[in-house]
Design a protein around this ligand. Structure first.
Ligand SMILES: [Zn+2]
Ligand SMILES: [Zn+2]
Length: 244
């Protein structure tokens, strides 16, 4: 499989980066992890065929992870998509999606898609299978609005990809990321403790328990982006491709 970072930025456009959106493809899989507001132009800029995407996993309802869906869905409708699409995310996703569709494009939530669109609400620690993709969500801690918040442990094609989502440190990141072939972790700050987010120093203190085979850092603030040359880990950038 390969994972392409379509966008790896935070909510504030730090470093000019696009909002969170990762594209995973393999022999039998084609899916997105998160779909932040800027995702559709970023996908098109990177030459991704959106009509081939089968599944979109959403970690939470903040705009930098979720608000790209109305644009993607409208584009699918107007480009006459026929392939079924599944969107899965935290409880409440059906209501939240209708709300954001209405807010951005009035009446769009009432237009029936031409293609088969399935919206699935996931429960923490309940494994779900979507085609060749097995997904286990883990609850994470990211404040009081925009949740529930889920990290994902994703198994496909004999590999494990884990994504912390946005979260402060919580023990569930250990089973979510344990021994993963690729663990994508938020590193919002270097050592400053910020509520609802993860610092690299905090993450480092728990790495021996998580033991990911490969760790990459995402969702970095200006504080982290100013240290990219000195970091001992791979810090991702928009357009970066990693073989998993
Ligand atoms: Zn975010
Ligand atoms: Zn967030």
């Amino acid at each position: 499989m390969q994972l392409r970072f379509i966008g790896c930025g935070d909510a504030f456009g730090s470093g000019g980066r696009s909002n969170t959106c990762f594209h995973v493809t393999g022999a039998r899989v084609n899916f997105l992890i998160d779909c932040g507001a800027s995702s559709l132009p970023a996908l098109k800029r990177q030459g991704i065929a959106c009509e081939a995407i089968d599944l979109i996993l959403i970690t939470h309802f903040h705009g930098d992870h979720f608000a790209g869906l109305p644009f993607l869905l409208l584009d699918a409708q107007f480009s006459r998509r026929t392939r079924p699409l599944t969107i899965a995310g935290p409880q409440g996703i059906e209501t939240r999606l209708a709300q954001v569709m209405e807010a951005l494009f009035e009446h769009s939530s009432k237009t029936k898609p031409r293609f088969d669109l399935r919206i699935v609400a996931l429960n923490p620690e309940e494994r779900q299978t979507f085609g060749a993709v097995d997904v286990t969500p883990f609850p994470v801690v990211h404040g009081y609005s925009g949740g529930p918040f889920l990290a994902y442990r994703i198994e496909a094609e004999g590999r494990v990809i884990a994504y912390s989502a946005d979260t402060e440190w919580t023990q569930t990141l250990i089973p979510a990321g344990r021994d993963a072939d690729l663990f994508i972790a938020e590193a919002y700050t270097f050592d400053k403790i910020v509520k609802n987010h993860l610092s690299l120093k905090t993450l480092e203190a728990h790495l021996a328990d998580i033991k990911p085979k490969r760790l990459v850092l995402t969702h970095m603030s200006d504080d982290m982006l100013g240290r990219l040359d000195t970091l001992p880990y791979i810090a991702v950038s928009d357009g970066m491709v990693i073989q998993v």
